[in-house]
Design a protein around this ligand. Structure first.
Ligand SMILES: O=P(O)(O)OP(=O)(O)OP(=O)(O)OC[C@H]1O[C@@H](n2cnc3c(O)ncnc32)[C@H](O)[C@@H]1O
Ligand SMILES: [Mg+2]
Length: 202
């Protein structure tokens, strides 16, 4: 009854994944999408970890409660790690997933299959008022396809191929993605500390 976590994200795709990943624990997920006029935190860090800490600590400070933030993105080897921390806004400020994928596909158009290796990164930061912020990270290896495949997930999922599964990330069901994703692997590391990330136990 009444167990909750607050995730400082406005991304609907992430929010949905966190809802699924916390539901086996009977923990309800609240995000900034549930909070009217929640502030946008400027992501000025140079790493996923720095940005996750910025988002978690800012929102935790404002709400005076435990807050988790997720900063994530795609690092492509042939692009020297880009789009990296700029993944959300790679093709422009308006954060357009389709335009972002088009830009990546265009930049990689002459890169052969074996050189299209990439990985998703996820940093999670847990800000606890009056305590030191906890951070964990997870990655998921794959390569960039030549065209979109599948319609599940969000962001770059349709162009990201996961070898072990033999499918694009967007062809995986949500339960399959939530077993192998960068986000799932990061969250796995918080599992033993699940009590420290819960807000309410009414
Ligand atoms: O900052 P918040 O509000 O959480 O939402 P955001 O979309 O801006 O999130 P990020 O700053 O962490 O940027 C992450 C971007 O990386 C991409 N991304 C992250 N995780 C992904 C996933 O599981 N599948 C596909 N793309 C992902 C996607 O384009 C995201 O918009
Ligand atoms: Mg963001």
């Amino acid at each position: 009854m009444g167990k909750q976590v607050i995730i400082a994200t406005k991304n609907k795709g992430k929010a949905k994944e966190f809802v699924s990943m916390f539901s086996p624990y009977g923990i309800e997920v609240k995000t900034l999408l549930d909070i009217p006029n929640a502030p946008d935190v400027e992501e000025t860090g140079t790493t996923f970890k720095e940005n996750a800490i910025l988002k978690a600590e800012t929102i935790s400070g404002e709400m005076n409660t435990i807050v988790i933030a997720d900063d994530s993105g795609l690092a492509i080897d042939a692009l020297e790690g880009r789009p990296g921390v700029y993944s959300a806004r790679y093709a422009g400020e308006e954060k357009n997933d389709e335009a972002n994928m088009d830009k990546v596909l265009m930049e990689l158009k002459d890169i052969p299959g074996e050189d299209r290796t990439a990985r998703f990164h996820c940093a999670l930061a847990v800000a606890v008022p009056g305590e030191e912020t906890i951070t964990v990270e997870g990655t998921c290896d794959g390569h960039i396809l030549f065209e979109r495949q599948g319609t599940n997930g969000f962001g770059y999922d349709p162009i990201f191929f996961v070898k072990e599964q033999g499918k694009s990330m967007a062809e995986l069901s949500s339960s399959e993605k939530n077993k192998i994703s960068h986000r799932a692997k990061a969250l796995q590391q918080l599992k033993d500390r699940i009590d420290t990330i819960i807000v309410k136990g009414e």
